[in-house]
Design a binder for this molecule. Sequence first.
Ligand SMILES: Cc1cc2nc3c(=O)[nH]c(=O)nc-3n(C[C@H](O)[C@H](O)[C@H](O)COP(=O)(O)O)c2cc1C
Ligand code: SF4
Length: 277
Amino acid sequence: MHYGRESWDWFHSTFCVKIILEKNKGILYKHIGAKLAEMVKVPIIVTGGARNVDEMNEILNNSKIQYFGLARPLICESDLIKKWKEGKTKKAKCVSCNSCIIPNKDYATCIFNRKEKDIERLEPADFKSIKMGEYKITYLPDGEGYTIPSFAYLDSTDEDWNKKKKYLNKEGKSLMSIWSFLIEYKTEKILFDLGLGDKHFSLPEGNWDGGDILENLKKAGFDRKDITKVIYSHFHPSHVGWTSIEENGKRVLTFPNANYYSTKTNGISGPIKLMNL
Ligand SMILES: Cc1cc2nc3c(=O)[nH]c(=O)nc-3n(C[C@H](O)[C@H](O)[C@H](O)COP(=O)(O)O)c2cc1C
Ligand code: SF4
């Protein structure tokens, strides 16, 4: 199964970017670069994490490092150096989220500048991990669904979607990625939502296929017994599917060592007020 990226982009734009901003640690190799610059005669260029003119000036003034290489900040703001030269020395906007590379495209774009044509809308989101300070978050794909779009997006009409056909597949259906997020924090291994499970089901409104989460959990380096907590955002079928599995002819909890949490209302949506089930 091949996955694209739009769920991941959603995740980035709603959650990750804020945390990355808070955790940005500045120029990555300044210490090793400064040591190297003491040892060799050639100029040393340090690359990675350079976002802040004051930090770069401090390093230039207090070490033998001579240059900085910038990559992602210039994907984000192509006029950044010009702005800095003009004295507008605001910190670079790039948050080091590594979302610049777009699958199947031979160019990179920043999430802050991404245009319609850069977004692969008809492929489910791909397995991907990011590290944010003490947190590691991994998107675990479970599968995908294709639905009549006005069924999935309740306030929209078929007429609305007739004007937006580029977002639909050949049958006029819209794509839904089905997933879980694995959050690693200290000794905790938390799953946020549990996908559809190893199932296929069809309704007149669409069809849904799951089944990949345990395999992707293994790819992330874990067994189902390692999971310490499960958090449900709500109880739609595509969010609770891996709650139980068949083992020796019996239904058992898939993650036997986890505590389970849900919203207080167990409702379909709304703010998350957690309760231990
Ligand atoms: C889209 C993209 C392509 C890159 N391609 C290469 C490459 O071909 N070779 C390489 O050594 N580094 C490559 N890098 C790494 C950068 O040169 C740089 O070391 C890294 O992005 C850290 O610097 P930054 O924080 O300024 O982005 C690439 C980075 C990005 C974002
Ligand atoms: S997409 Fe690339 S350039 Fe844009 S903020 Fe993320 S890392 Fe920086």
